[in-house]
Structure formats: C-alpha cells, structure tokens
Design a protein around this ligand. Structure first.
Ligand SMILES: *Cc1c(COP(=O)(O)O)cnc(C)c1O
Length: 387
C-alpha cells in the first residue's frame, strides 16, 4: 500500500519514527528487475548493504536473486536468509582475515579482489584451510559516474580496485597462486547513476579489459559489471521503478561476450529504495526571523543520507487537504548537529505539532545506516501488511 493510501488513524497505532516498507511495491520492483534480467540471461546479485531488513532480504531471496556482500557478517546473514553459498560474492577494499576465512569455509561463489596483496592473503588462507577460492579482479575502469563525488567509485583517484598499472602483475601473481582460480573481472563505477550513457561507457571499458586478458591467454568466465542504477528521488510516485529494461538492454547491446560468458550485476538501491519511507511526527514548529522550522522526531540517526552526502529526499505531509496554505520550512531533526537537516526551504502545507511527515525513497541506505548517536532508540519499522 502506497504511504498516501494509509488512513492516518491506523498510523497513529505505531510509535514514530519508523520505516514504512511497501511490500507490494517491493514485490513488483523485484519482478520487473528479475524478468528484464532473465530474458537476457543475466544474473543479478542483490547488494545487501542497501538494506538487510529480514523480510526484505527474504523476499529478494525467494525471487531468485543472488547476493553481493561487503562484510563477513553480510556473508553470514545471506546464508541465514537462505541464499546458497554458490550465489554469494564478497567484495570490499578491506576484507579481514577472519572475514575471508568465514567466506572460504562457506565456499562462496567468488571474492571480488581489490589488490595484489589481497590475492596473496586469500591464497594463503585458502591453502591453510585446504580449499580453492574463486576470485574476480576488481578493475577500476576510470568511468565518471556523473554522480555525487562521495558515491563515485570508478575513477583513478578512488581507493577501489586493482590499479590498471598493476594488472599485468596481478595476472602473473594469479598464475602462481595454486589455491586461487580466476573467474572473471569485476567493475563498479558508483551509485545513483541516472545517465544511461555511463553504463554504455562502462561496457566499452569492460570489452577492452576482457580482450586485454584474453589476448594474454587468461580465460574470463564471468563479467561482473557491478550496480549503481539510480532511482527518482524527486518524483517517487510518478517513477516508482527504475528503468530496468533500458538498463539491461544497454549491456545486452554493448557488452561483447560469448554464449558461455556469464554477465553478473550487483544492484542495491534500484531494487529497494522506493519501497521505503521514513515516517515521522512534527514535534515542534518554530518561526525565526527569516525561517520556519519543522522539528521532527526523526533525525540523521534514522536517515543519514542528507547529512552524509547532501542527498535529496522528497518530504511530504501525510493526510493533507488541497486547500491547505503552503509555507517554506527547513525540516530538521532533534540531533545536536547542524547537518541534521532533511531539507531547506521545503514547500509544505502548513504543519503543526503531531502531524505526520514522510521522507520518501528511503528504502536503500536508510535503515542500515541508522546509528545510536545521542543514545537514540533502536530503529523501528512497519511493513505494509501490518497496517
Ligand atoms: C554498493 C555497491 C553496489 C550496489 O550499489 P547500488 O548503487 O546500490 O546499486 C554494488 N557493487 C559494489 C561493489 C558496491 O560497493
């Protein structure tokens, strides 16, 4: 059920703030993504870091997605949620020995490796544990994602991936690692990418690197092109779904591959963002000399994206009537930080203490980033079928 269809009296039964998850929308999103990928023979891993809420993860697992993890605990969580080890990839620039051993013991599908040193460490730990590990090399494709610099990961100056100048050496090192098997190549250029041309540029780079390895006699079985597909934070109701068809079509059209080569994706945000809203109540209203403030009971401790990278989220008052007068508000939280602000000069129907405010498109990188700063309460969530 869309958040605007909920009867406010029903919302009053739940203590705010809480995440509201629209499971129907989530289901529909997952179906669209899955069928667009399936018909092209593509494999989609869900990037758990976007949201690992139990029911959300359960639905994603049931739909047949694989898992993309960035910590040992995420690997463990995926196993517990029912993903098979053969569906799990483990990425990240700083995997600890303990995390690597956990993943080796589960015999996961692949490690996405980010440096030569990491290759050697995984090889050593695999040897100690008497197993062989499948690895993909993360290559930094130097493609500008045209997104916020904090969520750009594919440029030469970023910390991610094996530097291009070291790939020759990495290939040689791999040949000497008896406990590693090279599965393929891994790329990820950034997040919240809405310009489809970025993915076209990525395909060009992937083709180049694939050829580069094949020319040197290294077989590439898997091309993992990462995630990053963006969603519409401005008009969540007009555009509740990312354009999965157009997205997968670009790769289908521009990625050179044989029938045996698998193409893997790692989508996070595009699968879950629109299904979540942060529901909050107005605690106080304040009128300064130049400003009106709405002080909410939710803050950066519940949704950090605006404070962390100046992210925009649509803010709406729930249950408004058409003739309400509008005012411009700075919508802020209760945390003792000036960056604890959800939006400045937001036009909203005149609001008062006790009104419900929804912060939309909060299903990705919302609940998972919640913190206990200021000793705030544990994060709460409500699923649409509880209302
Ligand atoms: C974060 C991340 C993803 C998911 O990114 P989205 O923008 O949420 O799709 C995929 N792959 C890697 C390696 C990541 O770090």
């Amino acid at each position: 059920m869309n958040i605007h269809q909920i009867n406010l009296n029903q919302l009053k039964g739940f203590e705010t703030p809480f995440y509201y998850y629209d499971l129907d929308l989530l289901n529909e999103t997952l179906s669209k993504a899955k069928s667009a990928a399936d018909k092209r023979g593509f494999h989609v891993h869900y990037a758990l870091k976007a949201n690992f809420n139990d029911r959300i993860l359960g639905l994603i697992q049931e739909k047949g997605f694989a898992a993309d993890c960035v910590s040992g605990n995420e690997v463990q969580k995926s196993i517990e949620a029912g993903f098979s080890a053969s569906q799990i990839t483990f990425a990240g620039v700083g995997k600890s020995d303990k995390e690597i051993v956990l993943a080796l013991k589960h015999q996961i599908f692949a490690f996405n490796v980010e440096s030569i040193q990491e290759l050697l460490v995984i090889n050593e730990l695999a040897k100690e544990n008497g197993v062989k590990a499948q690895v993909s090399l993360r290559i930094n494709p130097n493609v500008d994602a045209h997104t916020h610099h904090y969520i750009t990961t594919g440029l030469d100056e970023n910390k991610f991936g094996v530097p291009n100048s070291e790939l020759e050496k990495a290939a040689a090192v791999l040949r000497g690692c008896e406990h590693l098997e090279l599965l393929g190549l891994h790329f990820h250029v950034g997040s919240q990418i809405t310009d489809i041309n970025v993915f076209k540029s990525l395909c060009v780079k992937v083709n180049e690197w694939k050829n580069w390895f094949e020319e040197r006699g290294t077989a590439i079985k898997v091309l993992n092109v990462g995630g990053g597909l963006g969603v519409d934070y401005y008009e969540p109701d007009a555009h509740p779904f990312a354009d999965f068809e157009a997205y997968f079509e670009v790769f289908d059209k521009f990625l050179e591959r044989t029938a045996q080569q698998e193409v893997h994706f790692e989508l996070g945000r595009a699968l879950v963002a629109q299904s979540g809203s942060l529901v909050s109540k107005v605690l106080y209203t304040k009128s300064g000399v130049k400003k009106n403030f709405l002080i909410l009971d939710a803050g950066m401790t519940e949704l950090m994206r605006p404070a962390l990278y100046q992210a925009y989220h649509k803010i709406e008052k729930l249950g408004t009537s058409e003739n309400d007068k509008s005012l411009n508000y700075d919508v802020v939280g209760p945390i003792c930080e000036s960056s604890d602000c959800f939006g400045k000069e937001v036009s909203l129907p005149e609001s008062e203490r006790g009104d419900f405010i929804a912060i939309r498109t909060a299903g990705a990188y919302g609940e998972v980033m919640a913190s206990r700063y200021n000793l705030r309460e544990e994060i709460r969530y409500v699923y649409s079928d509880q209302i």
